[in-house]
Write a protein that binds this ligand. Structure first.
Ligand code: GLU
Length: 484
């Protein structure tokens, strides 16, 4: 088998839906694994919805995911252009070919004629369903091609169209269900199904991966390939991603746009991992690196049932990927989220790198990580109002001062030495850890939740720890309401 040529053919709709990406992703993994090509084509003939900005969002989303394309817009390739709106001449040419070979015809029937035929069908059968337009132009060739017309395909009414779908198995569609579908509109634009066939054919696509909402188009498309004297590609129709209520995943359920996941602080590899696992399995393994996905992906283990979106699982996958990333890599990802909080540091910032090992066990997203790193990187912590009011109170001032002295007196500034010094004091003074822990934590971090006390101290370093404890003691003593 030669290396697959797979394509992703999104229409610019303003965002890239994660469900659509999932179908493309399986194709992308397959192409990577088999040394094939992944082609990007923009299906932008629906002028009303298409904007340059929407097209830009597709590129940005795929780039962020790291789903590079071998042929397509911006990278070029032997089948350029890769925008359907720039290939209109080709569709006209193929429509003419089909007309010349007797597989298609110009139909001059207007809206009124169609409406009358539909009404007649309803009168005869008592239902709207099952209407197949029988154009009076099917066998005529005496029309005036300069007059308004559509180009229709001469669909057969006998026989079946069958294909072996890589996901759904053998599918058979009775030709009696087909009607003479339209290939070209009066304005010279192709219908989706026809443009898609001409492009897949001329681009040498060997595998079409897409959502099963497009299965209704497959039999007509196979008829078109045959009429053009070509073999259709293979098809892999992915079940839809469903929301928790079993309906097609939409904005009502969760974020559906790729870039929203970027903005929510997911790593691209986590998004890929989650999306692939939503319909494919490899034993019990949940977490995969990108390289593992490329190596292990196969069609046999793609389920034909729909995957249900599960936010908790997605966060779990996200957390695992954060933890698996080397800290210097992770720092690069977290820096932009810190910048959003007004914290300007570089990925090689020593405090950030020292803090990350203590923060990753508790964070699921880069936003959570940036939030958890916040007080380490500011000159002084931003106090949570409730935390400060509860713990930085006059009764705790002396505790904080004594803690400061004990920390100053520690033999070394290490986790062990700090702990030993504080423990000795607690024993001497018959104090419980919890009596000192929260005031100290709030003084150092501004919050009631943080990594362990000594961990926070070690990351802050001696000077800043003492400075914060002293400032905390002073605040506690004064009892001044800072928020007022
Ligand atoms: N432009 C179509 C869509 O976005 C592509 C369908 C296909 O992959 O054939 O749904």
């Amino acid at each position: 088998m030669s290396a697959p040529r797979v394509r992703f053919a999104p229409s610019p709709t303003g965002y890239l839906h994660i469900g659509g990406v999932r179908a493309a992703l399986y194709g992308w993994l397959w192409a990577k694994q088999k040394g094939g090509e992944f082609i990007l084509r923009i299906e932008d003939t629906d002028q009303a919805r298409n904007t340059e900005e929407s097209v830009g969002i597709i590129f940005e989303s795929l780039r962020w995911l790291g789903m590079d394309w071998d042929e397509g817009p911006e990278v070029g390739g032997p089948n350029a252009p890769y925008f359907q709106s720039q290939r209109l001449e080709l569709y006209r040419e193929y429509a003419d070919k089909l007309i010349a070979s007797g597989h298609a015809y110009r139909c001059y029937a207007g809206k009124e004629e169609l409406a009358a035929a539909r009404a007649e069908h309803k009168l005869r059968t008592g239902q709207d369903h099952g209407f197949r337009f029988q154009s009076p132009w099917r066998e005529r060739t005496d029309g005036d091609a300069t007059q308004k017309h559509v180009v229709r395909f001469k669909a057969p009414s006998k026989g079946v169209i069958a294909w072996d779908d890589l996901v759904k198995g053998r599918i058979e569609v009775d030709n009696a269900t087909q009607q003479d579908f339209v290939l070209m509109r009066p304005n010279g634009l192709p219908l989706y199904s026809f443009g898609c066939v001409v492009d897949d054919l001329t681009m040498g696509v060997t595998l079409v991966t897409r959502g099963d909402d497009h299965m209704i188009n497959t039999a007509p498309q196979i008829l078109m390939y045959r009429a053009l004297g070509a073999e259709p590609p293979q098809f892999a129709h992915m079940p839809m991603v469903l929301g928790p209520d079993g309906k097609k995943l939409s904005k009502r359920h969760a974020a559906v746009s790729v870039l929203e996941y970027r903005d929510m602080g997911y790593l691209p590899d986590a998004v890929l991992n989650y999306l692939v696992r939503l319909g494919w399995s490899h034993g019990d393994q949940e977490i995969f690196t990108r390289a593992e996905l490329v190596e292990l992906f196969n069609w046999e283990h793609v389920g034909s049932g729909s995957g249900r979106y599960d936010q908790k699982k997605f966060l779990h996958v996200s957390a695992e990927h954060l933890r698996a990333l080397p800290h210097d890599e992770l720092a690069k990802w977290v820096v932009p989220f810190l910048a959003e909080r007004g914290i300007e540091v570089t990925p090689d910032d020593a405090t950030l790198l020292a803090a990350l090992p203590y923060l990753t066990p508790r964070a699921s997203t880069l936003i959570e990580l940036a939030d958890a790193a916040d007080y380490f990187l500011r000159d002084a912590p931003v106090f949570e109002d409730k935390a400060r009011r509860k713990f930085l109170i006059p009764e705790n001032a002396e505790t904080l001062r004594e803690l400061t002295r004990r920390i100053e007196g520690a033999s070394e500034f290490t986790l062990e030495a700090l702990e030993a010094s504080v423990k000795a004091w607690l024993e001497e003074a018959d104090l419980k850890m919890k009596q000192i822990a929260q005031p100290a934590r709030v003084a150092m971090s501004g919050r009631t939740r943080s990594p362990g006390l000594y961990e926070v101290m070690v990351v802050l370093g001696r000077e800043r720890t003492l400075e914060r404890l002293k400032a905390g003691a002073a605040l506690a003593e004064s009892g001044v309401d800072l928020s007022a």
